[in-house]
Design a protein around this ligand. Structure first.
Ligand SMILES: NC(=O)c1ccc[n+]([C@@H]2O[C@H](COP(=O)([O-])OP(=O)(O)OC[C@H]3O[C@@H](n4cnc5c(N)ncnc54)[C@H](O)[C@@H]3O)[C@@H](O)[C@H]2O)c1
Length: 271
């Protein structure tokens, strides 16, 4: 009988729960959900009950040490911690809080080790094109993100800057323009797509990001414009939010499931 991969999930929120369900259903022939790490015990218990998951609730260190494949769906800070531990034990890791990978010490560490890190495209389309284009010369990558106020609430940016209440923006307004590195520093939980795009293409210092908001926006919209030796392309993704979480697009969950399936597939389509 084929040996099943032992999976551990960190974070049992919107994405973590959906991926737990995918592991125990879609991936059950290849994988077994063995460990969970969740800050709120009651959330972990609810997840175990809802999906009839028989995974043990353990500490982050124990989860990384004992799992073959670790799924991080908690925060950029947790992602950085997970990478440090995964490097120690050469693990496979799927990271959702991709911004956590761009901290200089973390980047240095994973480049030197045999750890395998999967970063789903998330809520954007066109990552396949950027990956291909990066094998030639890319001149420009621009991300223009439009999010309703409730998807931006709580970002570090608004603590640093004096800003009118987000809820008053009935007309479209650009609230940020800068590099992807600056966007990730200021909106660590809200702009993971900028980190994904940077890693796929020309890095966080050369990737340009704009963030717009308006009360009229419904769901998160991402526009990507790329110019290079290959020519140009533009993608526009109008996302619907995941049920019960305006910050997370449903496509981000579907993309993570696709990445997990690809990790086990014999035919792997797409760049
Ligand atoms: N890559 C992408 O496209 C993309 C898209 C959406 C969200 N995200 C990121 O994925 C992560 C998860 O998103 P979500 O929508 O599931 O968020 P969520 O808030 O619904 O769930 C996060 C869960 O992690 C738990 N958690 C936080 N810190 C923890 C810790 N130290 N140890 C254990 N558990 C901890 C929380 O209690 C919560 O249950 C976030 O960092 C988010 O920014 C990435």
């Amino acid at each position: 009988m084929k040996k099943k991969i032992k999976v551990g999930i960190i974070g049992g929120g919107t994405i973590g729960s959906a991926l737990a369900q995918a592991v125990v259903t879609t991936l059950k022939a290849d994988a077994q959900l063995r460990f969970l790490c969740e800050k709120h015990k009651e959330k972990a218990a609810a997840l175990q009950k809802k999906y009839r998951v028989h995974a043990r609730l353990v500490s982050l260190i124990e989860l990384v040490r004992r799992s073959d494949l670790i799924i991080e769906a908690a925060s950029p800070k947790v992602a950085a911690q997970v990478i440090k531990l995964a490097c120690k034990w050469n693990k496979k890791v799927l990271i959702m809080s991709v911004g956590g990978l761009l901290q200089p010490q973390v980047t240095e560490l994973f480049k030197k080790n045999r750890v395998r890190i999967f970063c789903p495209s998330g809520a954007i389309t066109g990552v396949d094109g950027v990956l291909a284009a990066a094998n030639g010369r890319i001149r420009k990558v621009r991300l223009i993100t439009r999010k309703p106020p409730e998807a931006l609430m709580g970002a570090a940016y608004f603590l640093k800057k004096k800003f009118p209440a987000l809820k008053k923006f009935s007309e479209e307004r650009r609230i940020f323009c800068g590099t992807a590195a600056e966007a990730i520093e200021n909106f660590p939980q809200n702009i993971n797509v900028a980190a994904v795009l940077s890693l796929a293409g020309i890095g966080p210092e050369r990737t340009r990001v704009e963030i717009w908001t308006s009360l009229a926006y419904k769901g998160n919209r991402h526009e990507i414009l790329v110019e290079g030796d290959f020519g140009t392309f533009t993608t526009v993704t109008q996302n619907r939010p995941a049920p019960g979480n305006p910050k997370t697009s449903y496509l981000a969950i579907l993309s993570a499931i696709a990445t997990l399936k690809k990790a086990f597939a014999s035919v792997r389509v797409g760049t």
